[in-house]
Design a binder for this molecule. Structure first.
Ligand code: ACO
Length: 438
C-alpha cells in the first residue's frame, strides 16, 4: 500500500467560550498579558456534563456520518488523550458502542500529556500499512482532551477539543513514517499524580515546561534533519515545507518553537571548513537570544505557521488536538490546492515525549470534502456562546464539586451544547457512566 495517512477529518469543540481580555480583567493581571503576551484571543470550555468519553463519542459519530464510513471497514481504533476518567478502562472501549456489529477492532488508549494523539496517529499508520494489504481494513484515530487548570497563572491556557481521523491508504494527507524523529526524556514539567483527593488539574512547573518544549524542538529537528540526510539526497531545510505545525499550548509558544526550529535549521546548514555545524550562538532560554531568533524567523512564521492558528487562538490548548487543529485550518484556507504540499509536524507532550514527522497534502478526490468540513468548523467558532469569566469559574467549581461528591447530575444544562453532542447523563453507585445524544 502507498500513501498511508489521513483520509478524512472531523473536529469538535465545546459551544462555551470566554474572552481572554475578560479573563485578564477578572484575574487582575496587566492588560495584554494573555492576548498579546501569550497570543490567545478566546478559550473554549466544556460544561459539567461533558467528559472525555462524551466528546470522543461526539467527534467519532460526526466522522462516521459526515464521510459515510462503513462500520465494517474499520479494523483498528486508537485514542490519544491525557484526560483520564478511569485508571483501567480505556475511552476506546466506550467508543465501541458506535460499532454494534463489528467487535474485531484493535487498539486502546495512548497516554502521554499532549503527545498521545501523535503517537496514536503513527500507530494507526503502521497498522494500516501492515493490515490493509491482507484485510482491506482502515483505522480511526480519536484525539481528544479537556484542558483545565487550577486557579492561578496556568488557568488561562486551558481549552478543549476532539479530532477524529480516518487513516487509510492512498490518503489525502499521507504521513511519512520513515523520518519521524523523537526527543524523549524523564521530566517533571507537567503531570497528573494520583492524589488522596481527586483532581482534574495537573501539577505544572510553568518555566520548566517552556524550556523543555524548546529543548524538544531543537533536539527533534536536529535528529530529523540528520535522519533525512542519512537516507535521502537531502532536503532544503524548512524551505522544503509549505506549512509547519507545532503543538500549541498558546500561540506565542508556537512562535518561539518555530524560531528555535528555524535557528537550528540555519546552524545546521552553515557548516565550517571541517564540515561541522556552526555552534549555536543564540540561547533560546535567554530573552535577548529568543527575541533575535523570533526576528530571524519572521518570514517563515508569517507564511507557514501563523495563518493556521485560528482554532488555537480561539479555543486555547486542546492538549492532544492542538497540533492537528492547525492541519484543519491549513486545509480550510481559500487558496486552491492543485499540486502536492509538504507539511511538517512537531508534537510535544510534557513528561516528556516529542517528535517531528513530515506529511503531505495530495489533491485527491476527497480533498474538497475535507476542506468543506474544515471551513464549516471555522464558521462554527462564530456560533459559540460567550460566557463571562465569572461563569467560566463557576463551571470549573461545579466540576470540582461533582468530582468530590460524585453527586451527579445536579444541573446538567443541555442548552450549552451544540446539537448532536453527547453528554454525560448519569453515574451510578459503582461509578459507571452513561451518555445521551443532545
Ligand atoms: N502585555 C503584553 N505582554 C505581556 C504583558 C502585557 N501586559 N504582561 C506579560 N506579558 C508577557 C510576558 O512578557 C511573557 O512573555 P515572554 O515570556 O515572551 O516575555 C508572557 O506575557 C507570559 O507572562 P509570564 O509572566 O511569563 O506568565 P506566567 O508566568 O504568569 O504564566 C505560563 C505563563 C508559565 C505559560 C503559565 O500560563 C503556565 O504555566 N501554563 C501551563 C503550562 C504550559 O502551557 N506550558 C507549555 C508547554 S506544555 C503544555 O502544552 C501544557
Amino acid at each position: 500500500v502507498t500513501d498511508v495517512g489521513i483520509g478524512a477529518i472531523e473536529l469538535y469543540f465545546p459551544q462555551n467560550f470566554v474572552e481572554q481580555s475578560n479573563l485578564e480583567e477578572y484575574n487582575n493581571v496587566s492588560r495584554g498579558k494573555y492576548t498579546i503576551g501569550l497570543g490567545q484571543q478566546q478559550m473554549g470550555f466544556c460544561s459539567d456534563n461533558e467528559d472525555i468519553v462524551s466528546i470522543s463519542l461526539t467527534v467519532l459519530r460526526q466522522l462516521l456520518e459526515t464521510y459515510k464510513i462503513p462500520l465494517d471497514s474499520i479494523g483498528c481504533l486508537v485514542v490519544g488523550t491525557e484526560t483520564m476518567i478511569d485508571k483501567s478502562k480505556s475511552v476506546k472501549t466506550a467508543l465501541m458502542d458506535l460499532f454494534p456489529n463489528n467487535s474485531d477492532i484493535e487498539g486502546v488508549d495512548i497516554k502521554n500529556a499532549c503527545f498521545g494523539g501523535a503517537q496514536a496517529l503513527l500507530h494507526a499508520v503502521d497498522w494500516v500499512t501492515v493490515n490493509h494489504p491482507v484485510d482491506k481494513k482502515n483505522a480511526i484515530v480519536v484525539i481528544a482532551d479537556i484542558a483545565i487548570y487550577e486557579d492561578g497563572p496556568a488557568r488561562c491556557t486551558g481549552g478543549a477539543g476532539a479530532i477524529a481521523f480516518l487513516v487509510c491508504p492512498d490518503a489525502t494527507i499521507p504521513i511519512d513514517r520513515r523520518f519521524s524523529a523523537c526527543h524523549m526524556k524523564n521530566t517533571w514539567d507537567f503531570f497528573k499524580p494520583i492524589k488522596s483527593t481527586a483532581s482534574e488539574y495537573p501539577e505544572v512547573d510553568g518555566s520548566l515546561s517552556l524550556a523543555s518544549y524548546l529543548e524538544a524542538v531543537r533536539s527533534c529537528y536536529t535528529h530529523f534533519t540528520s535522519k533525512v540526510l542519512r537516507h535521502t539526497s537531502g532536503i532544503d531545510g524548512l524551505n522544503s515545507f509549505d506549512a509547519i505545525f507545532l503543538h500549541s499550548p498558546f500561540t506565542k509558544m508556537v512562535q518561539k518553537g518555530l524560531a528555535v526550529m528555524a535557528y537550528t535549521d540555519s546552524c545546521l546548514r552553515h557548516k565550517d571548513q571541517n564540515g561541522n555545524g556552526v555552534e549555536n550562538r543564540l540561547d533560546e532560554n535567554d530573552r535577548a537570544g529568543m527575541t533575535k531568533m523570533i526576528e530571524l524567523s519572521a518570514e517563515v512564521w508569517k507564511n507557514k505557521t501563523d495563518p493556521h492558528l485560528v482554532f488555537n487562538r480561539r479555543i486555547g490548548n486542546m492538549y492532544t488536538p492542538s497540533l492537528f487543529a492547525q492541519l484543519l485550518a491549513y486545509l480550510a484556507s481559500e487558496e486552491s490546492i492543485t499540486d502536492e504540499r509538504n507539511l511538517l509536524f512537531f508534537a510535544y507532550g510534557s513528561g516528556l515525549a516529542s517528535a517531528i514527522f513530515p506529511g503531505r497534502v495530495r489533491p485527491t478526490a476527497n480533498l474538497a470534502k475535507i476542506r468543506e468540513v474544515a471551513r464549516h468548523c471555522i464558521k462554527r467558532l462564530d456560533s459559540r456562546q460567550r460566557f463571562s469569566a465569572e461563569e467560566f469559574t463557576e463551571t470549573l467549581k461545579r466540576r470540582e464539586e461533582f468530582l468530590h461528591s460524585n453527586d451527579f447530575p445536579k444541573t446538567p444544562s443541555e442548552s450549552t451544547l451544540f446539537p448532536n453532542t453527547y453528554f454525560l447523563n448519569s453515574i451510578d453507585k459503582k461509578y459507571r457512566r452513561t451518555y445521551s445524544l443532545h
